[in-house]
Design a protein around this ligand. Structure first.
Ligand code: ADE
Length: 253
């Protein structure tokens, strides 16, 4: 995966050197290259922003240096890249989006600052606009890093065990089942017996039931979108029945 990032703060992207993205970079499964529009300015003050035409608060990133930086990134890309602008106005970035973007192999991520970028950069250079959530960040860098992180986890060979991707939250449209590790007893709270049983089929069944149940409890909106098999429906009903028992118990306390 090749990601060219257009940013006034390339140092921020150093955060990608940690953890799974860091390993992916070392293994050359991920290549992140930054271009700073400031390096493409022509004036002696290296101006990258100016007042908005028509007045109003804040500054706008200027088209010439941004477009020159994008052109330089395009030239280095190993294949024709998809140019993405990160902004709260974009479509909502989801796990599914990451799966689709991974297939593109080469992305240019345009991180804006200030009140935004000159609209002509968007109309002339940008293929897609994505938002990571309904809030306003100070710039697109954190959003670009979020996207790179999510996409990188999907590259085969990045996340230790292939199973951990397929069993992860959201890949299946469900939240992840609860996890436990040693000790077996922590302040009187015991690990569920089934996980100590060594019965792999029973463990898989329990985990699927928990994943369904948690999604029902915490993210019913996700469950509403997911078609369930008969077995999944049965497991969910079992979970709901057990949960109702638990709720009754606590109500009587
Ligand atoms: N830039 C500023 N806010 C953003 C958001 N929510 N998503 C993507 N890019 C942004």
């Amino acid at each position: 995966m090749w990601c060219g990032v257009i940013t006034l703060f390339p140092e921020m992207l150093a955060a990608l050197q940690y953890g799974i993205t860091g390993k992916a970079i070392k293994k050359q499964l991920l290549n992140v290259v930054c271009w700073n529009p400031r390096d493409f300015t022509q004036d002696k003050h290296n101006t990258v922003d100016d007042n908005p035409y028509g007045g109003g608060a804040g500054m706008v990133m200027m088209a010439p240096s941004l477009c020159a930086a994008i052109a330089a990134a395009r030239q280095t890309a190993p294949q024709p890249p998809t140019v993405i602008y990160l902004s709260p106005q974009g479509k909502s970035f989801q796990q599914k989006t990451a799966e689709i973007l991974l297939e593109k192999k080469a992305l240019i991520l345009l991180a804006g600052r200030y009140e935004g970028i000159d609209e002509r950069v968007i109309s002339q250079q940008v293929d897609e606009e994505w938002s990571i959530g309904d809030y306003v960040l100070s710039g697109g860098e954190l959003a670009a890093m979020v996207m790179i992180d999510v996409i990188t986890r999907l590259i085969p060979g990045t996340v230790g065990d292939e199973d951990s991707i397929t069993q992860e939250s959201l890949t299946s449209g469900l939240l992840k089942y609860p996890q436990y590790t040693r000790p077996e007893d922590f302040q009187g709270a015991r690990v569920p017996d089934v996980l100590l049983s060594g019965n792999h089929a029973a463990i898989a069944r329990w985990r699927l039931k928990q994943a369904l149940g948690r999604t029902w409890l915490k993210r019913p909106d996700l469950l509403a979108k997911k078609p369930l098999s008969n077995q999944e429906l049965e497991l969910l009903m079992e979970f709901v029945a057990e949960q109702t028992e638990i709720d009754r118990g606590t109500d009587n306390e």
